[in-house]
Design a protein around this ligand. Structure first.
Ligand code: NAD
Ligand code: UGA
Length: 480
């Protein structure tokens, strides 16, 4: 029986391996991690991540051909194929700080594989890594190999959170990069045969190592660029009276452009878009391509501008101060259907409002108080480390309360902000919310999910990104 081991039981390692186990009953899959708390949760009733459909898949395979363990060395030494899906944070210190990928966890995983391996192995890069990482990994493995043969493959993951299980069941493509040698080609075939058990062959793309590594960074950069493009248009829509939803619809109808990923928002978040673009920028700079680096940097700058613009709209429309005012924050996760808050725009918006001395009352159906406190007190980039290695926040943020429903959050509030597009926020009783708020009552919709006209009829002053402005807002500056 083929044995697979995956190092890293996170948002990628957990769901990806669970789906491989489900689709390949003839393969034994072990997922290992240095975080005992995470492994315990994978073995328990409440899984460590919220992802629609994940529970069912895990419960079908766990105890059969899927296991979760902290015994990293045992499972790595027994495996034929080792996936590495550990954190690849942005460096916070030293050369490339604030841009380059920190490969500490990757390197320590590679050294451990070399240490414990007793038989030939295929080592698969599942984490998103800089181009040419495979070469560095190959060097670590071969210089410590004791005669064992290692083949390195790049197999980047394209799943999106909230739809991870359906993305894994039915991927647009699976990408496998490897060496163009006979051994490299054989390793590619071995991994291809795993995916071929449920993915049509024409969706499995095989390339050289560097194309696979770069394609992952390029795909995330292209996706993020679409969002920054539409968000830049949202600012112009507000200035001109155009409606960004109508513009997106009209632009997206062109089959060459397509309709997806054109929703204007308070800004993109998530663990990867910013990190991967910074990484791409750094690689361009290292390769003497400053013009290319600057082009991609702009995608992040527009995203930062969008978040600042949103905060400025709130403050300026509420008489230029939110000091001492209660603002309800509906949604904290970086998108709906996930409890993940990594790089969520809510962090920057909340910090901006707290900076102006607002009192925040936050509600998110999947995010608890501890997580929100950690996020609001942690330094930039510190979040992307294994949980038990993250610095503890020295103090909690006092101007914030976290509540468990939208009505409590909005009671007596001066304004409410929608920062995540949870379906339940479209179904709220906004008349009841209005009746219980201070007047004038403001709604700031960072996801364009409310019925603006209906809310204006109730009596709210409404700001919805990229939509024609209320008279109240027209004279307010929106500059960042
Ligand atoms: P994560 O933080 O959820 O999981 C990483 C896990 O690796 C953690 O549980 C950590 O404890 C563990 N780990 C770190 N070093 C280890 C070691 N030496 N031995 C054993 N375990 C170790 O991260 P994630 O979201 O799953 O992302 C992992 C990689 O996949 C990143 O490179 C990311 O860019 C990429 N990626 C993420 C997504 C996503 O949607 N989250 C999608 C595609 C690609
Ligand atoms: C993204 C990519 O979509 C995945 O293909 C990739 O594998 C993954 O990053 C990764 O490498 O980590 P994810 O971050 O989980 O997936 O979620 P997305 O659906 O891409 O959303 C990212 C952010 O963009 C969210 O904050 C979302 O709200 C925002 N967004 C998305 C918009 O503001 N407008 C849109 O039209 C689409």
């Amino acid at each position: 029986m083929v044995k697979i081991c995956c190092i890293g039981a996170g948002y990628v390692g957990g769901p990806t391996m669970a789906v491989i186990a489900l689709k390949c009953p003839n393969i034994q899959v072990a997922v290992v991690d240095i975080s005992a708390a995470r492994i315990n949760a994978w073995n328990g009733e409440t899984l460590p991540i919220y992802e629609p459909g994940l529970d069912e898949v895990v419960k079908k395979c766990r105890g059969k051909n899927l296991s979760f363990s902290t015994d990293v060395e045992k499972h790595v030494s027994e495996a034929d194929i080792v996936f590495v899906s550990v954190n690849t944070p942005t460096k916070t210190q030293g050369l490339g700080a604030g841009k380059a990928a920190d490969l500490t966890y990757w390197e320590s995983a590679a050294r451990m594989i070399a240490d414990v391996a007793k038989s030939n192995k295929i080592v698969v890069e599942k984490s998103t890594v800089p181009v040419k990482t495979a070469e560095a990994i190959e060097k670590i493995l071969t210089h410590n190999s004791k005669g064992i043969n290692f083949q390195i493959l790049s197999n980047p993951e394209f799943l999106a959170e909230g739809t991870a299980i359906s993305d894994l069941f039915n991927p647009d493509r699976v990408l496998i990069g490897g060496r163009e040698t006979p051994e490299g080609k054989k390793a590619i075939e071995t991994l291809r045969d795993v995916y071929a058990q449920w993915v049509p062959m024409d969706r499995i793309i095989c390339t050289n190592l560097w194309s696979a590594e770069l394609s992952k960074l390029a795909a995330n950069a292209f996706l993020a660029q679409r969002i920054s493009s539409v968000n830049s248009m949202s600012a112009l829509c507000e200035a001109t009276g155009a409606d960004v939803s109508q513009v997106s619809h009209a632009v997206g109808k062109d089959t060459r452009i397509g309709p997806k990923f054109l929703n204007a928002s308070v800004g993109f978040g998530g663990s990867c878009f910013q990190k991967d673009i910074l990484n791409l920028v750094y690689i361009c700079e290292c390769n003497g391509l400053p013009e290319v680096a600057n082009y991609w940097k702009q995608v992040i700058k527009v995203n930062d501008y969008q978040k600042t613009r949103f905060v400025n709209r709130i403050v300026s429309s509420m008489f230029n101060t939110v000091s001492g005012k209660k603002i309800a924050i509906l949604g904290f996760a970086f998108k709906k259907d996930t409890g993940d808050t990594r790089e969520t725009p809510a962090i920057d918006v909340c910090k901006g409002l707290i900076g102006d001395k607002a009192n925040l009352s936050i509600y998110d159906p999947q995010v608890n108080q501890d997580q929100i406190q950690r996020d609001l007190s942690m330094k930039k980039f510190d979040w992307d480390h294994p949980v038990h290695l993250q610095p503890m926040s020295p103090t909690s943020v006092t101007d914030v309360t976290v509540v468990w429903d939208a009505y409590t959050a909005t009671k007596d509030a001066h304004g409410l902000c929608i920062l995540t597009e949870w379906d339940e926020f479209t179904k709220l009783d906004y008349q009841k919310i209005f009746d219980n708020m201070q007047k004038p009552a403001f709604v700031f919709d960072g996801r364009n999910i409310v019925d603006v006209e209906k809310l204006r009829k109730i009596g709210f002053i409404v700001y919805s990104i990229g939509k024609p402005l209320d008279d109240w807002l027209k004279d307010m500056p929106a500059v960042a």
